[in-house]
Design a protein around this ligand. Structure first.
Ligand code: ARG
Length: 395
């Protein structure tokens, strides 16, 4: 049996709630400290975690990491056009930050181990474990070590007077923060099942969205959004406002089959209105200000960055190196992008930047600044080797 103090990553949901008596009774820890980290979950969820942690654990912390999440995780992801198989990674990006905050508490409390309530099937266990192990902690994960079923958990909770809030008719697992809302489980596990409309909370159905296009303007400085419709805002306020605006236009629903780190394919449904708009606007702006070769190389960098971010491998040396490249390119990612939102679709309507590598004078059909005859010389050499080979084959 274990002895001593354990710090538990706590959400107040069924899994992490029953971890508290399990860590006492089954593992034998004599002190349990719970930590809830606020990265923009619904306020009721944070309130529930705080209340339950205080009630069930020996000590509880609720840490507000919302601004840090935006500045340290979401902004870098926008700069990297962060997307894994089309998923902007709200859950994935939050995990390392949550884990780092828990490590801080574990140190402060001189805990001997860190516990989490992840199952052995998902990605979060790996993202958490990586950070905890890197900080030198051993991990206790009752859900995956004891192979528990949902039914057993509910009975165990009832035996321990832990309130269970899983609704029978909507048995979905939902993970929400300001970047995305992930919905999985229950009937949605059948990839052929058509999701009912009531699973969505941030977006209206595109068919019920307004008939007129809503136009917005986003201003970027060094690859991050700083103003919406001409109004300077903090990142968090801007993302929240954009979630409302894009959500009411049916933008940001995403129903996909995703390849988890372990190799399991999972059916996931997401809502991420602000992320959809910001990523579309940011990558459009990059097309105006970066060179052709920068863009081509950055596509590879962004892809690798997203894969590492999805896995939560944020201390991988390659991740730091990719960030250094991205930082350099984003020095010029300044400008505004006008976007139209219409019944679930996002369309860039126009863009402008002081750093634009664009000259209407050079490209215009109406201008004679460039002497078109110079192109003849260029054309003489163009595709030279291919032409030589083609002629050889004729002989
Ligand atoms: N598949 C996503 C990820 O690994 C989201 C998981 C969300 N979890 C949930 N309980 N809905 O990042």
């Amino acid at each position: 049996m274990e002895k001593g103090k354990v710090v538990l990553a706590f959400s107040g949901g069924l899994d992490t709630s029953i971890c508290i008596p399990l860590l006492r009774e089954h593992y034998g820890f004599d002190e349990i400290v719970t930590v809830a980290v606020d990265v923009g979950q619904p306020e009721e969820e944070i309130a529930r975690a705080t209340e339950k942690g205080r009630m069930l654990a020996d000590n509880h912390y609720t840490i507000d990491a919302k601004e840090k999440f935006v500045a340290d995780c979401l902004f870098p992801s926008i700069r990297a056009n962060g997307s894994y198989e089309g998923y902007p990674m709200g859950t994935a990006l939050a995990r390392p930050l949550i884990a780092e905050e828990i490590v801080k508490v574990a140190k402060q409390e001189s805990a001997s181990k860190i516990a989490h309530g992840c199952t052995g099937k998902g990605n979060d266990q790996l993202r958490f474990d990586f950070i905890f192990r890197a900080a030198g902690y051993d991990i206790v994960a009752p859900m995956r070590e004891m192979n528990l079923t949902r039914e057993w958990e509910i009975c165990y909770a009832q035996d321990h007077d832990i309130p269970v809030t899983v609704a029978k008719d909507k048995p979905y697992s939902i993970d929400e923060n300001c970047w995305s809302r992930s919905i999985e489980g229950g009937k949605l596990e059948d990839p052929a099942f058509h999701p009912p409309d009531d699973i969505y909370a941030w977006t209206v159905s595109p068919k019920d969205a307004p008939d007129a296009m809503e136009e917005i303007r986003i201003e970027f400085e060094q690859g991050v959004p700083v103003a919406l419709n001409g109004k300077k805002m903090s990142g968090l306020a801007l993302i929240r406002e954009l979630n409302r605006i894009a959500g009411r236009n049916g933008v940001g629903r995403n129903d996909m089959v995703e390849d988890r780190i372990l190799g399991l394919k999972a059916r996931e449904i997401y809502e991420h209105p602000a992320a959809t708009v910001l990523l579309a606007a940011h990558s459009d702006l990059e097309r105006l200000v970066l060179t052709r070769s920068e863009l081509a190389f950055k596509r590879i960098v962004d892809d690798k960055w997203s894969e590492l971010a999805y896995m939560g491998l944020v201390h991988e040396p390659l991740f730091y190196a990719l960030n250094a490249f991205i930082d350099k390119t984003q020095e010029r990612a300044n400008g505004t992008v006008d976007v139209g939102l219409y019944k679930g679709s996002v369309k860039v309507l126009g863009r402008s930047s002081d750093s634009a590598l664009y000259s209407d004078d050079l490209v215009s059909f109406d201008s004679t600044t460039l002497d078109q005859n110079h192109a003849v010389g260029f054309s003489n050499y163009f595709g030279l080797q291919a032409r030589l080979l083609k002629n050889l084959k004729k002989c």
